[in-house]
Design a protein around this ligand. Structure first.
Ligand code: GAL
Length: 686
């Protein structure tokens, strides 16, 4: 992984700033378009994601195209020194199409076809829909291929893994299964353990994705939906590649959700973009910051360190969250800089201007219904614009983490479909990943967020929370990694099933990992929220563990085998005295096993010890106060350090001298005072 990458489109070497721009909603009032240009300039916006839901305005009747309004907008953007992140409109189909070709609408599991309504609900298999998308996309590409405003392609909007049970999709699914199982129905029946409840399928044409009691079937359905969505996307981009081979292509991911396997998708896009909607001020902002940071890191990792684009974020008030709180002053700058700190080369919003009607009319926007630049929201966006303009040197630079954390979509689906039945509401896979990520975030240690196909050899440490389902070959690679000197930390509920969700025989962790970790996990116990189990470090060898810890939600009963050392043990319950944390020397490396989900400081104590012991690089060599993190971009001589305070109070960080604050131009000596939600971007002067 390199520290330096080319800008997303070398045509523009600046940070991007802007957002979803829907001029088609304002065709009746073109003076608003001129006002948009004036305001974009004032807000320091240079990128407008244009035409995302504009199909009805671009093709009001089948085959009748109306590009005049978009011509005007593209010209205005160019004249304003701005760019279009031009969208293909497939996220929302026009009404004439649903009436003329009902097959473009999805079908529910009970066979009813969905009416023409809402959006993001087209059938991904329908040949008609694919053809219509190619026609409109070709028109867009042909028309704007030489336009100076065309910077990037934004394909569709938030492709999702929603179900469509139409005959076309079911047939495509069955064909996909035929390929996956080499046309061998016995192989499918074995993978599905179909003898259970006499579910044996006589042929592929019997398989329908509705039976959640067959875990592997549901897993295959998720895999298929990712495959078919990517296939749809590949059709969408054909005309764009043909007419605009040099314009980079992306589609906005929702990687906080388990809807599609974005690792598979990442291979197909030129750069990653994603939509981030944390619920600030709803609960604990530090928790929210940790979850968001992990997702930003995942976006950077998905393209081997190449910077991503924050395609959507909210300037103030989201439509999500329980009470939908506005960002408090300072949070907009902080959350925008957070994206940049973790590898974002731009900050875009949903939305530029509030719509006057429909479901998002009160959603945060740079421009309010009031219409001027005098709102708090506008001013805070303009401040971000000013800050981004000072960060052009950061464009293309990346972190080079020495730690990797495994967060795997297929594993997430397997836990949702298979493990849910036994762990109930305690599954919380993503929450557990965030809990293991948090100590690194708090100590300013950059982390890559990998999946099971990634190469492990670049890392000094690999963290594997709840790695329940192992794909073929992963256990062997992990084994080789530890044997060659790597450090692995794995938790309870790992290495239990293979990629068909069939349990490994011979004990957990399976697939050869019992030998590596030197433990046998005999039982797993799930607990109610009021129940806890004490964990006591074994003082003489505790590797950073000290004090009193608690297990919550899930405890595993584990036997240490061979020379495995016990670092901590349970202090109560029928498994009192049995291992809770262990370490095994395997080859030249070490394999740690954490048998329970814990609350309190156990993970930060253990990882804090390992960070020191392995000499893992930190963004800045100082202890960071609670809720403050430091992230780094670039290599030693051209490094930018982002110090961010997610606390609602001021706090000091001792950074030492030799830095300049890029945002204020002030040089920094010793202490940096970070106000409530404060952020500093530091660069070494020497
Ligand atoms: C996103 C979507 C946008 C807008 C936004 C509102 O998921 O892509 O079009 O609906 O949510 O928060």
């Amino acid at each position: 992984m390199s520290h330096r990458h080319a800008p997303i489109n070398p045509m523009c070497k600046n940070m991007l700033h802007g957002g979803d721009y829907n001029p088609d909603q304002w065709i009746r009032t073109p003076e608003i378009w001129d006002e948009d240009m004036r305001l974009m300039k004032l807000a320091g916006c240079n990128a407008a994601s244009t035409g995302i839901f504009a199909w009805a305005a671009l093709e009001p009747e089948e085959g009748k195209f109306t590009f005049d309004w978009l011509d005007t907008i593209m010209d205005k953007l160019a004249a304003n020194k701005g760019y279009a992140v031009l969208a293909t409109p497939s996220g929302s189909k026009p009404a004439w199409m649903s009436r003329a070709y009902p097959e473009v609408c999805r079908v529910n599991a009970d066979g009813t076809r969905q009416p023409h309504e809402r959006r993001h609900n087209h059938c991904r298999t329908s040949p008609v829909y694919r053809e219509k998308c190619q026609i409109i996309n070709a028109k867009l590409a042909e028309r704007y291929k030489n336009h100076p405003a065309l910077l990037l392609w934004h394909i569709s909007n938030e492709y999702n893994g929603g179900d469509c049970h139409c005959d076309l999709c079911i047939e495509a699914f069955q064909n996909w299964l035929r390929k996956r199982y080499n046309n061998d129905i016995d192989a499918l029946n074995h993978a599905y353990w179909a003898a259970f409840w006499a579910h044996t399928f006589p042929g592929f044409d019997y398989v329908r994705p509705t039976d959640r009691s067959i875990h592997c079937l549901m897993l295959d359905w998720e895999r298929f939906k990712t495959y078919q969505t990517i296939d749809f996307y590949k059709d969408e981009i054909k005309p764009l590649r043909q007419h605009t081979p040099n314009v980079p292509i992306t589609t906005n991911f929702m990687n906080g959700h388990d809807t599609l396997d974005y690792w598979a998708f990442a291979r197909e896009v030129d750069f990653i973009s994603w939509d981030s909607y944390p619920n600030w001020h709803e609960g604990n902002d530090v928790d929210e910051a940790v979850k968001t940071a992990l997702l930003h890191d995942q976006c950077r990792t998905m393209k081997q360190g190449k910077p991503f684009l924050l395609m959507e974020s909210v300037p103030s008030i989201p439509t999500r969250g329980r009470v939908k709180k506005r960002k408090e002053p300072g949070m907009h700058m902080l959350s925008s800089m957070q994206a940049v700190a973790h590898g974002g080369d731009g900050v875009l919003y949903f939305q530029w201007r509030k719509s006057r009607g429909c479901s998002e009319k009160f959603h945060g926007a740079v421009v309010d219904h009031e219409g001027s630049e005098h709102t708090r929201e506008f001013k805070e966006v303009a401040e971000v614009g000013t800050a981004l303009a000072k960060l052009d040197d950061v464009v293309g630079s990346s972190a080079q983490p020495e730690v990797a954390l495994l967060l795997d979509w297929e594993n997430g689906w397997a836990i949702r479909e298979g493990a849910r039945v036994f762990l109930g509401e305690n599954c919380k896979y993503r929450e557990e990943c965030a809990a293991h990520y948090r100590p690194f975030w708090q100590m300013g240690v950059p982390v890559d967020v990998i999946d099971q196909n990634c190469d492990l050899s670049a890392y000094k440490m690999v963290v594997l929370p709840m790695a329940y389902m192992l794909r073929p070959g992963f256990a062997d690679r992990l084994k080789g990694y530890v044997h060659a000197g790597g450090t692995a930390v794995m938790t309870y509920w790992s290495a239990i099933v293979d990629e068909s969700d069939l349990c490994f025989l011979g004990g957990v962790p399976g697939d050869g990992l019992r030998e590596v970790f030197g433990v046998w996990e005999e039982e797993t116990q799930s607990y109610y929220p009021h129940e806890t189990v004490p964990i006591n470090p074994v003082k003489e060898i505790a590797e950073g563990l000290s004090g009193y810890y608690q297990a919550v939600d899930i405890c595993s009963v584990v036997h240490a085998e061979g020379k495995t050392k016990i670092l901590a043990e349970y202090g109560d319950h029928y498994f009192e005295g049995m291992p809770a944390v262990t370490v095994n020397n395997y080859g030249d490396g070490r394999a740690y096993y954490i048998a329970a989900r814990t609350r309190g400081s156990m993970l930060s104590d253990l990882y804090g010890h390992l960070i020191k012991d392995l000499g893992l690089k930190r963004a800045i060599d100082t202890d960071l106060p609670h809720g403050v993190t430091a992230q780094v971009r670039g290599s030693a001589h051209e490094q930018h350090i982002f110090l961010m305070n997610f606390n609602a109070h001021t706090t000091d960080v001792l950074v030492g001298s030799g830095y300049v604050d890029i945002l204020t131009g002030e040089s920094v000596s010793k202490n940096v005072e970070l106000e409530k939600y404060g952020v500093r971007v530091l660069r070494r002067t020497a």
